[in-house]
Design a protein around this ligand. Structure first.
Ligand SMILES: Cc1cc2nc3c(=O)[nH]c(=O)nc-3n(C[C@H](O)[C@H](O)[C@H](O)COP(=O)(O)OP(=O)(O)OC[C@H]3O[C@@H](n4cnc5c(N)ncnc54)[C@H](O)[C@@H]3O)c2cc1C
Length: 255
């Protein structure tokens, strides 16, 4: 059994100004029809701060190692544990790994990654995306300075993926879960309807848009149409319908 991460992970971490560690799987538990919670034990500093994600080195169906990125739902420093929420409803290297992970399995983790953090000047925070974004949305919202306001508009394949979280009493929370109802993954209709049902609060807000490539582009346009400026919007495509993410873990950005 290896006792250190693969040299490729160490080199990648150096290049990214991050850290690499060999983590051990503590548990992998289904949370809903499409989501697994995976708890890993290792260097908790790799989990960074709210908004950060980590890169896992997993084997694809052809036996090649690829990296997959997952937001950190929670860091338990005293126990040295990271919690991830991983969508497992499709066939992919990351999803297969999360479904079959068993306690004691080892995995290379590189992190912290990600540049989108909470906008501390915003009076309200609007989180729009799909189940892949729930981990980052909830960790970020739990970091909002109180009193504050968080709005979640999230599309899910099954209502039992509409996971909730607990927040401080002084956080005003609005949650809108939209059921996909068989619409294709690149169809923005569901989230557009969720957005249309909601009047943006007064004051200066910030929008965080994480999810499928085409849908997040449509959300950007929709929120710009609703008067949000470019610097009020942070967006990141997490995956892309009908395409594998690239080997470095991000979706391809060509049109
Ligand atoms: C910064 C960042 C943070 C992320 N955080 C999370 C997170 O916390 N939780 C999480 O679950 N994902 C997260 N993702 C998305 C995740 O990395 C992708 O979904 C990735 O494609 C999964 O890899 P895979 O090997 O399972 O599937 P791939 O090999 O990439 O894709 C295989 C097939 O499955 C499809 N597919 C991929 N993802 C989905 C999906 N979610 N729903 C339906 N079909 C899909 C693809 O279109 C393709 O056809 C994040 C991505 C980034 C860039």
């Amino acid at each position: 059994m290896p006792t250190a991460p693969d040299p490729s992970s160490v080199e990648l971490a150096q290049r990214l100004n991050a850290s690499a560690d060999l983590f051990e799987v503590v548990s992998s538990t289904p949370l809903g029809a499409s989501l697994h919670e995976v708890v890993l034990h290792g260097n908790p500093a790799i989990g960074g701060v709210a908004g950060n994600d980590v890169m896992l080195r997993v084997l694809d169906a052809k036996g090649r190692y690829v990296r997959r990125r997952y937001s950190v739902r929670d860091v338990d420093e005293p126990r040295g544990q990271l919690t991830l929420w991983i969508v497992t409803s499709h066939e992919g290297a990351g999803s297969a790994w999360a479904t079959s992970a068993t306690p004691g399995d080892q995995i290379d983790v590189v992190g912290p990654r990600g540049k989108i953090l909470l906008d501390r000047d915003a009076q309200w925070h609007l989180f729009v995306g799909d189940a892949t974004a729930l981990a980052s949305f909830y960790r970020m919202a739990q970091g909002i300075e109180l009193p504050g306001r968080a709005i979640f508009i999230v599309e899910v394949d099954n209502m039992d993926d509409a996971l909730t979280a607990s927040f401080g009493d002084e956080l005003g929370v609005t949650g809108i879960f939209v059921e996909r109802n068989g619409r294709s993954y690149d169809d923005p209709e569901g989230l557009l309807r969720g957005l249309a049902a909601f009047e943006l609060p007064n004051g200066v807000g910030h929008g965080y848009l994480f999810g499928e490539f085409h849908v997040m582009r449509a959300m950007q346009v929709a929120l710009a149409d609703r008067g949000m400026s470019e610097d009020q919007l942070s967006h990141k495509a997490y995956w892309r319908a009908d395409r594998h993410n690239a080997d470095h873990g991000e979706p391809e950005k060509d049109l």
